[in-house]
Design a protein around this ligand. Structure first.
Ligand code: URA
Length: 432
């Protein structure tokens, strides 16, 4: 067996065998296949797709490329969540401490930014000292002792996904159902989850641009879940406009902490309460969805969710004083407004344009090796449905140089469509 034959086969739209997929994953993980050959195969998969059997094999091989955690000593039902990615998606940072504060252990492995979508790990690393690459022992210890740990893919868990994820980001192969489904599900299986809530984002700022594609991805991940004996609930959420108000690494930590303090944007609240409620339900400890939402609100109100977030930050080496005093986060050197050129209602706020503008500012990476700037980003002052006057401030751009700030303002003006209709946006689209 050799990699050239495997690339040739996929290039010609033929089905790869389990052995061929496993060969590729093993050899690429151990650096015996170079990036350029892996890139050719990943591009062929992205263009030509995969059959259900191929996707299941790929997920299995990626999950087995490292250790598969056994968390049964902590709980026989570890509940996890994952998002298929979005712009301004700070859901994990808010939902995890809420659910953990309600006694459901959270042991979660998250990713870095991919394409225009941000990554929880990049966001957490904007908290000075926070370690995302702790040992498996410390990961388990934190879950056992404080009921929560959020880590990156630096452990030996699904290392094949870590390599392929970074490669996909650098070769524009992010929006592929087989690659997203196998990436997410391999991580969840490797991290020992038995029940999984998947936030399947849909719209301009997501990999799946329309509901039909999002449903296809959701069904594929549910099927992998069934095959691997995991309970899966998929929640389709709207990603036509960014979620919440802040986009950017430290800016999203700030918004998440504000949310845990009870100050949540309307769309964030709807998504957070729904995802928390379904995670609680899958844990088997809670049943009724509307009661679960009330309980989630209670732990925000009584401060327990924020306390849990602080415990997490402390346990992973982060400086909790930043969470207690959000002004301590270093600000970008340039903070400049985007001014509305007309009056009306915000009819559209294109998360795709904003995501790309954010990557140019330095929120995300153009190349695998790129450094990100945790200070930069965008603060949205007006969102879909809001009324604006000519001269109103639509948003603030946080930039690290004047040229980038100017470019971002131009893009932001393209992202905002101001018209005469008051649009009401639905945030949770479907639950399957
Ligand atoms: N999140 C992942 O972990 N992988 C993807 O491919 C997309 C989103």
């Amino acid at each position: 067996m050799n990699i050239l034959d495997i690339i040739e086969k996929k290039k010609n739209r033929k089905e790869l065998s389990n052995e061929e997929i496993d060969f590729f994953i093993k050899k690429y993980t151990s650096d015996e296949i170079p990036d350029y050959q892996a890139a050719a195969l990943i591009m062929a998969i992205c263009i030509n797709g995969m059959t259900q059997d191929e996707i299941v094999s790929l997920t299995n091989s990626m999950a087995s490329s490292g250790e598969i955690l056994d968390l049964s000593e902590i709980s026989n039902n570890i509940v996890d969540k994952h998002s298929t990615g979005g712009v301004g998606d700070k859901v994990t940072l808010i939902v995890s401490p809420i659910v953990s504060a309600l006694g459901v252990p959270i042991a979660k492995m998250s990713g870095r930014g991919l394409g225009i979508t941000g990554g929880t790990i990049d966001k957490l690393e904007s908290i000075p000292g926070y370690k995302t690459n702790i040992s498996i022992e410390d990961f388990k210890k934190n879950v056992k002792e404080i009921g929560i740990s959020l880590i990156g893919q630096t452990l030996n868990l699904a290392p094949a996904d870590k390599k392929i994820y970074a490669l996909r980001d650098a070769i524009s192969c992010t929006n592929s159902i087989p690659l997203i489904a196998s990436s997410i599900m391999s991580k969840k299986i490797a991290a020992g989850a038995s029940s999984i809530v998947l936030d399947v984002t849909c719209g301009n700022g997501a990999f799946m641009k329309d509901k039909e594609q999002a449903l296809k991805l959701a069904k594929m991940m549910s099927l992998i879940g069934k095959w691997s004996n995991r309970k899966v609930t998929c929640i389709l959420t709207n990603m036509d406009e960014p979620l919440g108000k802040n986009i950017g690494n430290s800016l999203e930590i700030i918004e998440a902490v504000e949310a845990l303090n009870g100050n949540m944007a309307k769309d964030v609240k709807e998504v957070i309460l729904t995802i928390s409620a379904y995670m609680m339900k899958l844990s088997g400890k809670f049943s009724n969805i509307s009661d679960n939402k009330k309980k989630a609100l209670e732990v925000i109100k009584n401060g327990k969710a924020l306390e849990k977030f602080k415990e997490l930050v402390k346990a992973q080496g982060g400086d909790v004083t930043y969470i207690e005093d959000l002004d301590k986060f270093e600000k970008a050197p340039i903070i400049t407004p985007v001014i509305s050129e007309r009056e009306g209602y915000v009819e559209k706020l294109d998360a795709g344009i904003i995501g790309r503008a954010g990557v140019d500012l330095g929120i995300g990476r153009m190349n695998k090796e790129d450094e990100i700037d945790s200070r930069v980003g965008i603060r949205l002052e007006k969102k879909i449905g809001d009324k604006v006057k000519k001269g109103s401030i639509l948003a603030y751009v946080h930039a690290n140089n004047p040229e980038k700030a100017e470019n971002c303002i131009k893009e932001m003006l393209k992202a905002y469509k101001i018209g005469n209709k008051k649009v009401i946006k639905k945030n949770v689209l479907e639950i399957i």
